[in-house]
Write a protein of this length. Structure first.
Length: 169
């Protein structure tokens, strides 16, 4: 029975990893190889610049995954994901947390990762909830208190219209 549940957990972990972890850049990747034409990229960029939070999220992921040009641009990805996250997009908050865990374009910072996972969890993102639990083993109680205080301040600034039914707030 233990073997069954162990295999089930492994399959689930692999599925989650393939689906939600930011993929490494593909050598020489062109925009079209990531399923977006130059025309659609132009439209997505325009929508992002006009403040469309979902366009910012999608464009941020493209930059993180190397979908625009041959290399990833984590700084640009962070900028766009932060804009989207501050507009209440839980998946953008999740990916920001992942960037802070790995140090992709930012300094590795578990306390900051905890903030973003906590916000996304508060909006109902299940994957962030799992990452938030994992972060509790990586940060001190003081860092956790700092993260909670920051979450409380940010919670007041972000919209909650994408909030799922269950959350921490």
């Amino acid at each position: 029975m233990k073997l069954f549940f162990g295999l089930l957990a492994l399959i689930l972990a692999i599925s989650v990893y393939k689906t939600y972890v930011v993929k490494p850049p593909v050598e020489g990747a062109a925009v079209e190889s990531h399923g977006i034409s130059a025309e659609n990229l132009s439209k997505l960029t325009a929508a992002s610049k006009s403040g469309d939070r979902f366009a910012q999220y999608k464009l941020g992921l493209l930059y993180a995954r190397g979908g625009i040009g041959p290399d990833s641009d984590f700084k640009k990805a962070h900028e766009l994901l932060l804009q989207s996250a501050m507009q209440g997009v839980p998946k953008a908050q999740y990916h920001l947390g992942e960037m802070y865990v790995r140090g992709d374009g930012v300094e590795e910072n578990y306390e900051e990762a905890t903030v973003w996972f906590w916000l996304a969890t508060s909006l109902g993102d299940v994957y962030s909830q799992k990452r938030l639990r994992a972060m509790n083993t990586r940060i001190s109680s003081q860092e956790l208190a700092n993260a909670k205080a920051r979450v409380d301040r940010l919670w007041e600034k972000i919209p909650h219209d994408l909030k799922a039914d269950k959350s921490l707030h």
